[in-house]
Design a protein around this ligand. Sequence first.
Ligand code: HPA
Length: 238
Amino acid sequence: MTVPTPHINAKEGDFHKTVLMPGDPLRAKYIAENFLSEAAEVTNVRGMLGYSGKYKGKNISVMGSGMGIPSISIYSHELYSFYGVENIIRIGSCGGYSEDVNVNDVIIAQGACTNSNFMSQFHLEGTFAPIADFELLLNTFNKAKELGIDAKVGNVLSSDNFYAQGSEGWKKWKDLGVLAVEMETAGLYAEAASLNKKALGIFTVSDHFIYTDTILSSKERETKLNDMITLALETFAE
Ligand code: HPA
């Protein structure tokens, strides 16, 4: 297959080597408009907006992933396979499971468990453990320290269910040390592994399964979100 692909109408060379991927395409637009210079929209199929531009004079692209493993696997597969993208950094929100994290904390996903059947395509005689690229993780962790951000590193769950019916199942994941739940990263890590590319997931904790009455103002949320965006841009623009 050549470009454009079924889900991305950018031209060859439109994407830089590293793409930041928020779930929400309007967040990609927000990043392009508020953090980048010379930002140009490069794709908009189904409203899944993507941009390339510069952060402090250095190259970076940003594109929405949509929600869930099926959606992020489509966009990451096409970016890696047909647009020469080497690194995809998911920047998103997650729900806290562990007492070790609180609302507003930054989490870097060292590994991503899943209840999805996505890995069945690999026909393994066992289970695959989706992990972050170590160098991307280390660079992000070190940059966070430099910026005074106390990033927690560990396992997350990439769940197929946002609304888990009557389930207390999250406690079992928590008992295995899983820090938080989101819905994409295991699929992204598996795509990267299968295509010999690199990936990382960074999140802010937007809600918590234990600390359910922590209420944040929209200003607090925006500030923390901007901190995570800045961390990703400072680490990955090149
Ligand atoms: N579940 C799944 N994904 C999420 C959540 C959640 O509770 N919070 C933020 N992203």
